[in-house]
Design a protein around this ligand. Sequence first.
Ligand code: ADP
Ligand code: ZN
Length: 611
Amino acid sequence: MTSAGSRFATAKDVLNQIFGYPDFRGQQQDIIEHVVEGGDALVLMPTGGGKSLCYQIPSLVRDGVGVVISPLIALMQDQVDALRTLGVRAGFLNSTQDFDQRRATEAAFVSGDLDLLYVAPEGLSTPGTQRLLERGRIALFAIDEAHCVSQWGHDFRPDYLGLSVLHERWPDVPRIALTATATSATREEIATRLQLTTARHFTASFDRPNIQYRIVAKNEPRRQLLELLRSEHAGDAGIVYCLSRASVEKTAEFLSDQGIAALPYHAGLDAGTRAANQSRFLREDGLVMVATIAFGMGIDKPDVRFVAHLDLPKSVEGYYQETGRAGRDGLPSTAWLAYGLQDVVQQRKMIESSDGDTTFRRNASAHLDAMLALCETVACRREQLLAYFGQSAATTGGCGNCDTCLNPPESWDGTVAAQKLLSTVLRLQRERGQKFGAGQSIDILLGKTTDKVTQFRHDQLSVFGIGTELREAEWRGVVRQLLAAGLLAVEGDYGTLVLTDGSADVLRGNRPVMMRREPERVRPARATRSAAPAAELPPGAEPVFERLRAWRASVAKEQKLPAYVIFHDATLRAIATLQPTTLEQLGTVSGVGQNKLAKFGQQVLDALAGE
Ligand code: ADP
Ligand code: ZN
């Protein structure tokens, strides 16, 4: 349906001409048609699924300006620049602007000279902005990152609660809320709080087939990370998540010392440094951002090739959101997590010592348990991840692109080992009235006469030396898995081991315990099925691709734009493969729209010709 005054006839025209894409993806077409016709929508789609087109295209097709509410103030300039490069008339209103910029944007909005206007949620609740919106013609309201309305999620923004005014003041303007947060509880909360219960809900598959999920046993995390980067991701852009600010700093320094370009990001850095580091990460090729979870929401850099976690995320939701920042362009990417005994001890301790009430703690424990189950599974990681979000995998019998599918871990009957470990803890407690951390129990089982063993005469215990059949690392694996399964617990500041209700069952022999054997050394994984065929360039195309990348880097620098705003890697690869000689041929490549063709087309042809 077209209304008078819009610049484009159909959604498909906009897709082809402006964005340069041949076809819609997944549910995009249904969503776009629904909104173009004035319907409300709630869209759940994974990161990289293509949510932006779902409101950008209807904004161009419908009469008036599309108003986008987004919490990502620091990224608005980039989003607007990217749209302008496509030839879309976009602007934003937020607190970073000066008076003149604001006046100019407001005037453009009122006179209908904008296609899209981005506003921060806090701006929307001011009477001034509301009066402004009354003076223009609004095509739709898009509520981006809609999970920010959820008070239980990690990204809660109080101003989002005020967004129900949109419906009351502009009942005829369609609203589309979008999020990548998948659980049904959050979805219900969004629908209720934003008064979108009667909106049509669109839920996409949350599978990210191009991401290879890997979870490894942590021993020397920084060394392990370095090896991953050197062997598989040399020169790639990526994000490394750490739990604490201190470890962010240390890790960034470590990587830099090893010759890898890395920057830190955490809430303890001043705003200027944070903004500068974020901007460099977006603009330069191949930078590694070492960050706490303060970093990442809305980062739409498409060529993040890996996301590495040096510490255990607190929940599967968090893990999924963070790893989801890899591979938005659909090319093969790695999600890598190093996880060890200390993570379990530390996180359990954090929950125990938190100020939250019992409900909070129960919640946090349940989240942690689900995360631990994902770490300890011998089944396909992807199947387990999707099952957590109530979805099933596209294939059965494994995805072929996660560590457990690529290197199936053996499981072994760990009942006797569990009994030995648990009875050591029991004896220390019963016979000596003592509690110790994991290290002491393991030393006892291995029969080590350390100073501490001698001091406490633990060599007199009947369990001393009864566990020499396993190596120390294997015993740590046993402790970790018992903790993960709730068959053992930690308490206090020193993380001492204590028995749980479940321990008794194991000790009595009423409960067998199957364990996961860590492969001695994990071979670098190679996907059996290629997730993205575009990854491999035909023979001879590699140098062409590199030449195009060099050209892109110089244009990006000159125009002060992130490189991917000019063209994505996937588009450059397609150009390198096709090697067009005319503008017309170049225009057929996915990602080359009219405006970019006019602006950059000749330069691309020149670069191809080697000039
Ligand atoms: P999301 O906001 O859901 O994370 P984006 O809207 O940023 O995802 O889209 C992810 C990437 O996919 C972007 O680089 C976008 O240009 C690209 N994309 C989206 N829709 C299509 C399509 N129909 N065809 C080709 N590429 C697309
Ligand atoms: Zn798998």
